[in-house]
Design a binder for this molecule. Sequence first.
Ligand code: NAD
Length: 481
Amino acid sequence: MKKYQVFIGNAWKDSASGESFQSYNPFTGDPWAEIPKCDARDVDEAVEAAHDALYHGAWGKLSATERGALLRKLGDLVARDADSLTAVEVRDNGKLRAEIEGQVRGISQWLYFYGGLADKINGSVIPINKPNTFTYTLREPVGVVAAIVPWNSPLMLMVWKLAPALAAGCTMVIKPSEHTSASALEFAALVREAGFPEGVVNVVTGFGQDVGDRLTTHPKVAKVAFTGGETAGQKIMENAAATFKRLTLELGGKSAQIVFPDADLDAAVSGGIAGIFAATGQTCIAGSRLLVHESIYEAYLDKFVASAKTARMGDPMEMATQVGPVTTQPQLDRIVSYIEIAKSEGARCVLGGAPAQRPECGNGWFVEPTVFADVRNDMRIAQEEVFGPVVSLISFRDDEEAYEIANDTDYGLAAGVWTSSIKRATVAPKRLRAGTVWVNTYRAASFLMPFGGVKASGFGRENGIEAIDQYLETKSVWLSY
Ligand code: NAD
């Protein structure tokens, strides 16, 4: 069993309590790594290290150009170690190697992009109408950032926070999910190798109720960048209120893909399949509601089921595998319970509907790709985030009804539209209340494009130039002469 230590002040340490917990391989169901079980003492040490690095240590004295060079060096090291980082994350998370490889390659791009931006953060000179006065603004790091990360894309979602935060000059304490801590610790070794001064990046491992709670109440943490579920998001907002921390919350979704009658049906089927079954449905942007025009509903359903039926399940390290295990046993139980709820609500299960019993799935935590037809949007299966390979098909009569159903959700993370009409392709993004709208594509992401939610999907944006703003404060300077 691999035994990990946490990373505080560029040093490797056991947890203060000396306790640890196990991380499991979802494909075998077996534990494979020992992870330190940190508590408030470890968090306090890490936050002090980050605070010192920023306000007293070497990091606060580096030029922005030097910060950028370190980020780009880190990008090189991630590219060099992409295979081993991928293997760790596949083992810990169960996601397909093909998917993780793409994400790890992306991480280098993110680090290069934000490394390049580091010395292009400018304040401005503001010519106010007052004699003998020079007025300007400085853009300064917000302070120590706590990055709290979920298990579904551990490294990628961590770097979406780390790259702009470090480019802005912040220091960080990172808490990966208790289910997938290993890749963040492997990444920390590269941070040290790249030459970042001590205390700039710290990684503490453990559970939300102690490590997460202390991080989000610690008076020296200035900002929390969180990706995860609404329950934790609400608790973090409450905790942050006491010390007025800045917040970015990237929460869940119940995203709709609308298939209009003029859509290219084959493309809409492939987009629907990728939208829900990528990462075994465990993505915040999962297209879990497919709204299909009544005139093509049966044709779409037939093609969709025929395609989903062929999905190859099995070892996530095999490049031919198309649907891997879900990440944890509780996640498997949760998905199965939602399948039962949908059946009891009267949704028609046309494919799957149970844990997978295929020999190629071994003892892993697998759920059959599951398709529900004749779903009504007020059913729980259409309103609540399942976070698994379960899709609901809903039919609509006209465009107005499609937009109404799509927006009839607490969430607002993403939406998809399939159409050959230029009018619909233009109108739909305006009508849909979501942070991202994809037209004739789904799931595309880039370091250049802002990403985030509205409504219960959270607030703040990651990625793109504007992500830097989430880690900066503006200081106004008045100089009289
Ligand atoms: P989660 O909310 O249970 O946990 C996320 C992280 O928060 C973990 O590190 C956890 O330990 C920590 N945490 C839990 N309770 C906490 C507390 N009270 N205080 C501080 N930290 C706490 O979510 P999860 O199950 O790991 O991830 C799945 C959720 O994440 C889904 O809802 C999914 O939609 C969402 N998600 C959102 C995005 C996005 O960008 N919007 C991306 C991926 C996942």
